[in-house]
Ligand binder design. Structure first.
Ligand SMILES: [Zn+2]
Length: 383
């Protein structure tokens, strides 16, 4: 996700409504072990285009981290058809995972890169696997939760891949917990990010897909199948445009990077020069003043604002933290989001919900994966 910082222009003017720089409670770092030594966890963040691993300490610091790109297709391999968007992948430019469309990449090849990335993080921290309390992982969905068999839409080599079992075999001794990547982001934002000190919050990723995770009463909420907080398939426009999930009018159908780009193209937008038609280029085009691109970003922002208004009403939240490429794109998206949220919230308790921009989503997602292990009373689960 750190690609999002590189891919998008820095924050310009305008911004999340009611951003509260102060007023956060202390982070509430986890205590050290009884013997006084710090605890550490291996953390893993697997998206459609990249893999990040880290050694996270009990106080939330990242002792070391490593990154890998998803294995790319061998030149001789025929390209497989483009995959639909992941429900929660934080792919920053909303363009889809070109590098993961490999027909010639097999499941073991991807797992070998994951293991290599984890081992590099351990080596960089000068620590051994048996010094880790456990391993927490956020992975793009869908997945069989809590079993941890993953079928990320953007990683075609993995279909029903027993990621949790394989990680347990490779790094035995402690618990291995796997959840949706947007849920890891929610845990991280609550533990060490923009949601610190908040009891009831939602984290949302608006990117290749639209995903989310929920913290209620100070604890991560999982739901029946691990999909609690999955705002991407909440209906924000009855009988609206078709969604990759098979429904209509879902937030993802209106606000994801690929859907927003497709809408803009349908309205006559063309990327300048030989640039690709993706969310990053669309956002740049909007900033440069292109009318259709501006309307496209505003349409996405308005849909997110409406979705957040409904969440505020349903869940009586204190804050929502928004991450992903469009969240980095500047005031066109945010102004529309904020205006839409205002338009759709009439009650005092809904209007009070603060909307914040994720400040460092790639590191926060890694910390969130670590939190599954390091702060189990708030973020772990049985299974
Ligand atoms: Zn849907």
């Amino acid at each position: 996700m750190s690609q999002s910082q590189e891919a998008f222009q820095p924050w310009e003017a305008g911004g999340p409504r009611d951003v509260r720089a102060s007023g956060k409670e202390p982070a509430g770092a986890e205590p050290a072990r009884a013997d006084g030594r710090k605890t550490f966890a291996l953390a893993l963040d697997i998206g459609g285009t990249k893999i990040a691993a880290g050694v996270v300490a009990g106080d939330g610091t990242i002792a070391a981290q490593a990154r890998r790109s998803m294995p790319v297709p061998r030149p001789a391999s025929p390209a497989s058809p483009a995959s639909p968007a992941s429900p929660a992948s934080p792919d920053p430019d909303g363009a889809g995972p070109a590098s993961a469309r490999a027909a010639g990449v097999d499941a073991e090849e991807v797992f070998a890169v994951v293991q290599d990335c984890l081992d590099e993080a351990l080596a960089a921290a000068r620590m051994r696997p048996d010094e880790m309390t456990g391993l927490g992982c956020g992975c793009s969905g869908p997945m069989d939760w809590p079993v941890g068999e993953v079928s990320p839409l953007n990683i075609p080599a993995w279909r029903g891949f027993p990621l949790r079992a394989r990680l347990r075999d490779a790094y035995p001794g402690g618990p291995v917990l796997i959840h949706n990547d947007a849920v890891a982001l929610a845990a991280g934002e609550h533990w060490m990010g923009e949601g610190r000190g908040v009891r009831n919050m939602l984290a949302v990723t608006v990117s290749t897909g639209v995903g989310g995770g929920l913290v209620l009463g100070g604890r991560l909420l999982h739901g029946t199948s691990g999909n609690a907080g999955h705002i991407g398939h909440m209906v924000v426009e009855a009988d609206g445009p078709p969604c990759p999930c098979g429904g209509r009018g879902c937030l993802e159908a209106l606000a994801s990077g690929p859907r927003t780009v497709a809408w803009a193209i349908g309205e006559g937008w063309v990327p300048s020069g030989d640039q690709p038609a993706n969310g990053r280029v669309l956002a740049a085009s909007a900033r440069a003043g292109d009318g259709v691109a501006r309307r496209a970003l505003a349409r996405a922002g308005a849909a997110v604002g409406a979705g957040l208004a409904s969440c505020a009403s349903l869940l009586d939240l204190e804050a929502a933290v928004v991450a992903g490429g469009f969240a980095q794109s500047g005031p066109i998206f945010w102004d529309a989001l904020s205006a839409s949220f205002d338009r759709h919230t009439g009650l005092a308790f809904t209007r009070r919900m603060q909307i914040r921009r994720s400040s460092d989503p790639s590191r926060i997602a890694l910390r969130g994966a670590g939190a599954f292990i390091l702060a189990p009373e708030r973020y772990a689960w049985e299974g």
